[in-house]
Design a protein around this ligand. Structure first.
Ligand SMILES: [Zn+2]
Length: 89
C-alpha cells in the first residue's frame, strides 16, 4: 500500500468525524453506528475486533482500516477527552 493512500483514508475519517460527529453513535459495548457517506443507511463498527461492515472494509480491511473505523476512533477519543474535562471542572 502507498503512504498517500493511508493518509487519504485517515483524512477522510477525520472529515467524516468532523462533518457527521452528531450522527456517530455508540450503540452497544464496543459497537458504533456510523452514517454511510452516500447519505443512506449506516455501517456498524466493532472497536474490539477492529471491523466495519462497509464494502471498503470487506475489500481492504485485512490490510488497513476504513474511514469509518478512523472516524469512530477520533470521535470516541474526543468524547473521552470531553468527559475528562467535565469531571475536572
Ligand atoms: Zn467502513
Amino acid at each position: 500500500m502507498k503512504d498517500t493512500e493511508r493518509t487519504t483514508r485517515a483524512q477522510r475519517g477525520l472529515d467524516l468525524a468532523n462533518r457527521d460527529e452528531g450522527r456517530i453513535w455508540w450503540i452497544a459495548a464496543h459497537t458504533w453506528e456510523v452514517p454511510s457517506c452516500m447519505g443512506r443507511g449506516t455501517y456498524i463498527v466493532r472497536t474490539d475486533r477492529g471491523t466495519c461492515d462497509c464494502p471498503d472494509f470487506e475489500r481492504h480491511g485485512e490490510r488497513e482500516q476504513c474511514k469509518h473505523i478512523c472516524a469512530v476512533e477520533i470521535v470516541s477519543a474526543r468524547r473521552r477527552q470531553r468527559r475528562r474535562k467535565a469531571r475536572a471542572a
